[in-house]
Design a protein around this ligand. Sequence first.
Ligand code: TXA
Ligand code: MG
Length: 331
Amino acid sequence: MQRWTPDLKTRDWQDTPEAAAVCAALVSGGLVAVPTETVYGLAADATSGVACAKIFEAKGRPQFNPLISHVASLEAATDHGIFNAQALALAEAFWPGPLTLVVPKSRTSPISDLATAGLETVALRVPSGPVMRYLSDRIGRPLAAPSANRSGRISPTSAQDVIADLGPSLSFVIDTGPCEVGIESTIVGLGDGTPRLLRPGGISRQAIEKVLGEPLQGASSDMRADAPAAPGMLSSHYAPDAKVILNASRVHPEEGLLSFGPDSLPGASEALAEVNLSPSGDLTEAAATLFQAMRTLDASGAGTIRVQLIPNFGLGEAINDRLRRAAAPRD
Ligand code: TXA
Ligand code: MG
């Protein structure tokens, strides 16, 4: 595995031998960890079934969940998906940015069936992180990329996180420092003509509803972005080693505390470790620090992590979704 640290402040990073080597690795079916504004992605050529199969192998995914295909622009996206007026309005409002649109797949799209899990829809995103867009544009193919972590583990927001989890499977890790948004993209499904929130994420439900002029519907259980393996079983994703307890009203000695806002919980001063997601109570800052905070608390050796109540508004909906998964029972 090679590590490449491009300097994004100048355009020069695009003309380096490393940029060329990364493109060559992608074109020949290799896996590259690519930063985006949300989390680091495990990227491969979306048009190659073999390359996409390597993603599932490296992540140790139990089943072939469909993957998000990343492209450089809305124009490129329309080569792969069919955009109705609502899809266009959302793309124009939020791309490039942390929004994924699930739309009917166009008949002529070369995106592999493994990337779409054989569905008639395709998940498309134009990230604002420039590296993924540049690579996709330069090789002229969409890049399939789930978060670059082993299945069920905490999503990576730094190159170090990726290397710890997946290093040996990768041709390259591209390191541009911590991710700005820090939580995955919001996924909106438009495949059946009704806009549905398939996964809360980096753009709030309220911002999307404002553009649509109508409320987002929920996903029926068969189309949820992280469909539970069996009815009633919440899939345990984003899981640290420690046990996670939500909506804590106090914390005990030897436990870890994930706090939020200016108010201190009873027992906080005796906690083994405390990380405050945002002392000022800012949900955007909290989203950006969430996964790193979970890693820090896990590394403290605390057997239990208690989480202070976080408002379920704006990005709080995505934060609480990830925390519920981290707290879900696991084997
Ligand atoms: O921010 C993000 O979205 C990151 C970065 C790397 O872009 N990617 C990411 O990918 O979180 P992943 O694979 O961890 O999550 C993709 C989700 C999956 O839960 C999958 O079920 C859903 O997108 N998905 C993909 N295609 C779909 C489709 N056609 N219909 C419904 N859900 C779909
Ligand atoms: Mg993921």
